[in-house]
Design a binder for this molecule. Structure first.
Ligand code: HEM
Ligand SMILES: *[C@@H]1O[C@H](CO)[C@@H](O)[C@H](O)[C@H]1NC(C)=O
Ligand SMILES: *[C@@H]1O[C@H](CO)[C@@H](O)[C@H](O)[C@H]1NC(C)=O
Ligand SMILES: *[C@@H]1O[C@H](CO)[C@@H](O)[C@H](O)[C@H]1NC(C)=O
Ligand SMILES: *[C@@H]1O[C@H](CO)[C@@H](O)[C@H](O)[C@H]1NC(C)=O
Length: 320
């Protein structure tokens, strides 16, 4: 064999190896479990339907779990791991403690799916599916969820504290936070539209009510009645005062009338570079939905474990 032919074959071999390696790090399409667990998606979908029918806020709580999973070392189910005597998970991180919920619903879903097909469907994929199904149950547009994530054997309390954006952030810090995960400012605004559903605690937005001026005064007065200047930290108010259990664009119309609940929410419409996008979404639910679906698929693709990395946990709360 001539030297240059050998070289070509050799190069081709490496190209193939490199290509197949990067392909194995990719997620697959929504048919991923068609062979291994054909009823998985349908089972998860009906469980979400009944959880949301029982308590509409659960849809919001499940959507948020996927976000808090993905922004901390990727969508690897790490958010679901419980603390033990010799393991520290992410549940006590500042953005999660006394705030994240829906773990029992995920447990129920996981055991239903394990009964159908043991060791096949990952906890990280369950979170991606329930996030999508929750949005749909509350009136939002569906999207094709990508699948094939595997579950981590580790978690990071520190990363949960550093990488999840705080509600005290200003616009430029919000942009920076999302940019460090590969998102544009536009995608940050789009994903913040998740706050069209769900609730927040008084302790989270108190400073905005009592100390900020870019807030509608009658909105502030009403909220103060339910969130005293001290005490009552856990009293809840809806993130979208207009339609808290409906996945619509009211979050954006609220921002335009200075009725954002969190400081970080109102930052998106405070005279800065994102004002125009907020106004556009407030007038066009369709464009928000279309962008949201796309941004959620992108978020679901943050550094997944695939191939032979990680594991399929039997119980989402602990490593096998
Ligand atoms: C832009 C930066 C963001 C900040 C600063 C932020 C912050 C917060 C805070 C502070 C709460 C209320 C927590 C409490 O009071 O207990 C909350 C709730 C929520 N967040 Fe975000 N968030 C952001 C982006 C997102 C994204 C990207 C999603 C989803 C893709 C999301 C989904 C939710 C949902 C659905 C709730 C309500 C949860 C429930 O009612 O259980 N958030 N967020
Ligand atoms: C239904 O929701 C309530 C809270 O509204 C909760 O306490 C209860 O556990 C839920 N039931 C089921 C079966 O999920
Ligand atoms: C961790 O603690 C549990 C009890 O909480 C124990 O069963 C397990 O063997 C310990 N694992 C290690 C690696 O020390
Ligand atoms: C935004 O917050 C960051 C960090 O706290 C601060 O350095 C910056 O000056 C703030 N920017 C504006 C425009 O207020
Ligand atoms: C409002 O701001 C003042 C001065 O920074 C601070 O002392 C006070 O605690 C703030 N009030 C609330 C409710 O955050």
């Amino acid at each position: 064999m001539a030297f240059d032919t050998a070289l070509k074959i050799c190069c081709l071999f490496f190209v193939c190896v490199i290509t197949s390696r990067s392909a194995s790090a990719q997620l697959s399409n929504q048919n991923y479990y068609e062979k291994g667990c054909p009823k998985a998606l349908q089972t998860i979908g009906s469980a979400v339907k009944s959880a949301v029918a029982n308590e509409s806020r659960m849809g919001a709580s499940l959507l948020r779990l996927h976000f808090h999973d993905c922004f901390v070392n990727g969508c690897d189910g790490s958010i679901l791991l419980d603390d033990t005597a010799n393991f520290t998970g992410e549940k006590t991180a500042f953005p999660n403690l006394n705030s994240l919920r829906g773990f029992d619903v995920v447990d129920t879903i996981k055991s239903e799916v394990e009964n159908l097909c043991p060791g096949v469907v990952s906890c990280a994929d369950i979170l991606a599916i329930v996030a999508r199904d929750s949005v749909v149950e509350l009136g939002g547009q569906s999207w094709q969820v990508q699948l094939g994530r595997r579950d981590s054997t580790t978690a990071s309390l520190n990363t949960a504290n550093t990488d999840l954006p705080a509600p005290t952030l200003n616009l430029s810090a919000l942009v920076t936070s999302f940019s460090s995960k590969g998102f544009t400012a536009e995608e940050m605004v789009t994903l913040s539209g998740s706050h069209t559903i769900g609730q927040s605690r008084c302790v989270t937005f108190r400073a905005r009510l009592y100390n900020e001026s870019n807030i509608d005064s009658s909105f502030a007065t009403t909220l103060k009645a339910n969130c005293p200047s001290s005490g009552g930290d856990n009293i809840l108010s809806p993130l979208d005062v207009t339609s808290p259990t409906s996945f619509d664009n009211a979050y954006f119309t609220n921002l335009v009338s200075q009725k954002g609940l969190l400081h970080s929410d109102q930052q998106l419409f405070s005279g800065g570079s994102t004002n125009a996008q907020v106004t556009a979404y407030s007038k066009n639910f369709g464009s928000f939905q279309k962008d949201f679906a796309k941004a959620m698929v992108k978020m679901g693709g943050l550094s997944p474990l695939t191939g032979s990395t990680g594991q399929i946990r039997t119980n989402c709360r602990r490593v096998n």
